[in-house]
Design a protein around this ligand. Structure first.
Ligand code: A3P
Length: 312
């Protein structure tokens, strides 16, 4: 069944296959051809967990001596253009009409290269796992992930969504059964958590809710992890706060590029910025839906030490 821990994204049932199947060749090509560099920085997540926010932050942290908030490329580009998805963007359409495989040449990208992916840890290329490249993983409580995914799928891509889910109840059901693009939520999170505990220098494990609560602390933590720590002088000058403010939901959502632009033909930039709240699920899920997810969550997370904050 698609989404079992060992499946990666290799198999998809018809119900969720439409977009997932399209990227399988991309993922296989990524697994086969991607050569990680020791100084690569890879952001990993399940969709709707705060990927866009993390991209904006990491881009701003790494490039803070090149740009200020008044001339940062974030003003003209969506964070997904600045930190590209490997499977959707860089290895997009690798399978040519004549069945040849087109492999992108990423060697010209200056270090540190910033990439992102939604694929499970087990499906990452060996060169990513074996090199010293660093991975930052962001996760979010499953109830808010469900609601965020629902809005992303239904409001912004109604045709695609209608072909996949008929209603919220059905979506919750599939989520709980692990019938999800990029594998079941809990297995995805736990696999990255495990590596972060075993090799803290390899994977930094972040929670959306913690980042909302203590943004400055986490911006500094991220900067240290990727080898770009803030100096005392920068802290005194307020650079950390400046980056946090620049990358806040309200700031990014308000930019013209994110109000009207598209970063891929079918993806409007604005669909990546909605409410950004912890606990919005109470407005969208019935008690029985929430209980069902919480029960699965409790079973899956048992013994892992991982908990999620469900409300602000
Ligand atoms: P909501 O739909 O709950 O509002 P992803 O980036 O992984 O696709 O996740 C999207 C979710 O992150 C959306 O959640 C979106 O509003 C929220 N988000 C986007 N940018 C953010 C930011 N700068 N700060 C906080 N949350 C953000």
């Amino acid at each position: 069944r698609f989404g079992s821990p060992t499946d990666g994204i290799g198999r998809c049932p018809p119900t969720v296959s439409v977009s997932a199947a399209r990227i399988v060749p991309n993922v296989i090509s990524f697994q086969t051809h991607f050569q990680a560099r020791d100084d690569d920085i890879i952001l990993a997540s399940k969709p709707k967990s705060g990927t866009t926010w993390l991209k904006a932050l990491v881009f701003s942290i790494v490039n803070r001596t090149r740009y200020t908030p008044s001339n940062t490329p974030l003003l003209a580009s969506n964070p997904h253009q600045l930190v590209p998805f490997i499977e959707f963007t860089l290895f997009a359409d690798v399978l040519q009409k004549n069945s040849a495989v087109k492999v992108p040449d990423l060697s010209g990208i200056p270090s540190p290269r910033l990439f992102s992916t939604h694929i499970p840890y087990s499906s990452l290329p060996e060169s990513v796992k074996d090199s010293k490249c660093r991975i930052m993983y962001i996760c979010r409580n499953p109830l808010d992930v469900i609601v965020s995914s629902w809005h992303f799928g239904t409001q912004d891509h109604p045709d695609r969504a209608r072909s996949v889910w008929t209603n919220m109840e059905e979506y919750v059901d599939k989520f709980c059964n692990g019938e999800e693009g990029f594998g079941p939520f809990w297995d995805h999170v736990l696999a990255y958590l495990k590596v972060s505990l075993e090799k803290p220098e390899k994977v930094l494990f972040l929670k959306y809710e913690d980042m909302k609560e203590e943004t400055i602390f986490h911006v500094k933590r991220i900067a240290e992890f990727i080898g770009f720590p803030f100096s005392e002088d920068e802290e005194i000058r307020g650079v950390v706060k400046e980056i946090s403010d620049l990358c806040s939901l309200s700031s990014l959502k308000d930019l013209e590029v994110n109000k009207n632009g598209k970063f891929m033909p079918n993806f409007e930039n604005k669909s990546y910025f909605r409410k950004g709240e912890v606990g919005d699920w109470v407005n969208h899920l019935s008690l029985s839906m929430a209980e069902r997810v919480s029960k699965v969550s409790e079973e899956k997370l048992k013994g892992s030490g991982l908990t999620f904050k469900m409300s602000s």
